[in-house]
Design a protein around this ligand. Structure first.
Ligand code: ZN
Length: 312
């Protein structure tokens, strides 16, 4: 997902506002920030041929049984002892940050995506949802990066500055995922599915890294020979000093949540703040040694990562 800078910033911002990391080890901090990427690394399982049967795991986690998964994950974390327990817990806190930001901002992204794809804009059709979605989230990333760090991807390198966790930490989190995925979805996944997927995620970010735009232009040209639009071009961050973007809705135009049909007028930053507030309010619940089904339900409200109610 191109939204990795935004998710990472969300985690860093939560830490700085809630001042709780002073005692944390480097591994805990890395695990927490990796947790802020949520299940997104699983999307990159696709580039490992032996994971052919597991490429849908990332979508499954985003779409189904959010409450059950949270309970199972927390249960698996609790079983760890000593340092591993602290690292697993930090990862879970970060994971919840990803979940809360995803579920709060996704209806806003979908709403704009639907509007663009159905507006009859020349060259854009209902087949272009994934490119439009990626473009919107990529522009958020560029805006967050410049507005908050004063940097473009020329200086801020997502493949180096984000997704940092040692192989030992990755192995631990992989084991927890195996158990939580089995408990929740009754799927047995390879022992290194998560670990390898994070490596793949780093690799793809390196491939997509094109601050001068030369690689982006060349690959987009080749891709456009075969398809309508270039997915590569929509995913690869531009080195643009953006203080805002066309999709941020700073002027509070109305938009419709596609899942509830309710009308809203929040901007990107309003939603970002809402998610920060939720993470703060819910902290007493997710900081318990183990999250019960009732507590998990209070956290999720039955909403998946898209913000769609899936547990009626
Ligand atoms: Zn996600």
């Amino acid at each position: 997902m191109p939204s990795l800078i935004t998710h990472d910033y969300f985690g860093r911002e939560f830490l700085s506002r809630n001042q709780e990391t002073s005692q944390w080890s480097a591994d805990q901090k890395d695990a927490y920030l990796l947790g802020n990427q949520g299940p997104d690394p699983f999307f990159y399982a696709i580039i490992t041929p032996r994971f052919y049967h597991y490429t849908g795991i990332g979508s499954l986690l985003h779409a189904q049984k959010p409450t059950g998964f949270l309970v199972a994950f927390s249960h698996a974390c609790k079983k760890q002892s000593g340092t591993n327990h602290l690292i697993a817990e930090a990862y879970l806190h970060g994971f919840l940050g990803h979940y809360l930001l995803d579920r709060t901002v996704h209806p806003f992204v979908y709403s704009q995506e639907n509007t663009f794809c159905s507006a009859g804009i020349e060259g854009l059709t209902e087949d272009d949802h994934s490119e439009v979605h990626a473009t919107i989230e990529r522009e958020f990333d560029e805006m967050v990066c410049y507005q908050k760090y004063g940097l473009t991807v020329k200086e801020f390198r997502p493949h180096q500055d984000i997704l940092r966790a040692s192989d030992t930490v990755l192995r631990l989190i992989s084991r927890i995922y195996i158990e939580a995925i089995f408990q929740t979805y009754h799927r047995v996944v390879p022992y290194d599915l998560f670990e390898k997927s994070v490596h793949n995620f780093r690799l793809v970010q390196r491939l997509f890294y094109s601050p001068q735009g030369i690689k982006r232009k060349a690959l987009a040209y080749l891709e456009k020979c075969m398809r309508n639009h270039s997915f590569y071009a929509s995913m690869s961050h531009l080195a643009i000093p953006r203080t805002t973007c066309d999709f941020a809705n700073d002027d509070h135009q109305s938009w419709v949540n596609p899942f509830t049909n309710e009308c809203h007028n929040e901007s990107f930053w309003d939603l970002f703040e809402q998610a920060q507030e939720s993470a703060k309010e819910l902290k007493p619940l997710y900081s318990l040694p183990e999250i019960t089904p009732d507590e998990a339900r209070v956290i999720t409200q039955g909403l998946n990562f898209s913000g769609e109610e899936v547990e009626v």
